[in-house]
Design a binder for this molecule. Structure first.
Ligand SMILES: Cc1cc2nc3c(=O)[nH]c(=O)nc-3n(C[C@H](O)[C@H](O)[C@H](O)COP(=O)(O)O)c2cc1C
Length: 175
């Protein structure tokens, strides 16, 4: 598992190759195995393959462009059963990305919640495009495809022992 976490990098460029439904199912299983606050399991997911819809989704924010280039975009949303829907969705989105890495796919988190589409919240834009009911919230989209860019796995240089404290803030845990 640590190896997959090391390998997981944000992939924004994809091969022109479909991702099978059976692989998409594996990604979604990983999402549904996430922990959630009070075990409310509020997640819903929309699988978007249609290229015209992906193009529209890629305009959700200035940072959503990978949605147009990926063969599949997974919208991560939740019924707003508690304020913890944000954490619940974030973990599910990360599970999708880790599973993608394990399956030889590349993925990118595309933030929706809290970002703007011009003058309107990007969340409203995505909800309108995809007929998402009012009582649902959209966290993010995850674009998925076979990688067409290579990135180095994370190295030990990312590990910041100076940010780890023993018992109280400020006391280094490890020299
Ligand atoms: C909460 C969150 C929001 C992000 N939003 C975007 C986004 O809107 N567009 C994008 O291209 N990447 C987005 N990313 C990906 C980050 O840019 C990426 O994780 C970061 O640069 C580190 O690179 P790595 O994932 O390869 O370690 C987001 C990541 C997170 C965790």
């Amino acid at each position: 598992m640590l190896e997959i976490m090391r390998k997981r990098r944000t992939i924004r460029i994809y091969q022109d190759k479909d991702v099978s439904d059976s692989l998409i199912q594996e990604l979604l299983k990983a999402a549904f195995f996430s922990p959630s606050s009070k075990n409310l399991r509020p997640w819903h997911f929309i699988i978007v393959k249609d290229s015209e819809m992906r193009r529209k989704l890629s305009e959700a924010t200035p940072w959503s462009r990978p949605a147009e280039r990926a063969p599949v975009v997974i919208i991560v949303l939740a019924e707003e059963l508690s304020e913890k829907w944000i954490e619940d969705c974030a973990i599910a989105a990360e599970h999708i990305q880790l599973a993608a890495t394990e399956l030889g796919l590349g993925a990118c988190w595309l933030q929706i919640r809290g970002n703007m589409h011009g003058d309107e919240p990007a969340e409203d834009y995505v909800k309108r495009l995809l007929n998402i009911p009012d009582n649902f919230r959209v966290e993010c989209m995850v674009s998925v495809g076979y990688p067409a860019e290579e990135k180095e796995p994370h190295s030990e240089s990312k590990v910041r022992w100076d940010r780890v404290y023993a018992e109280k803030f400020g006391v280094r845990w490890k020299e």
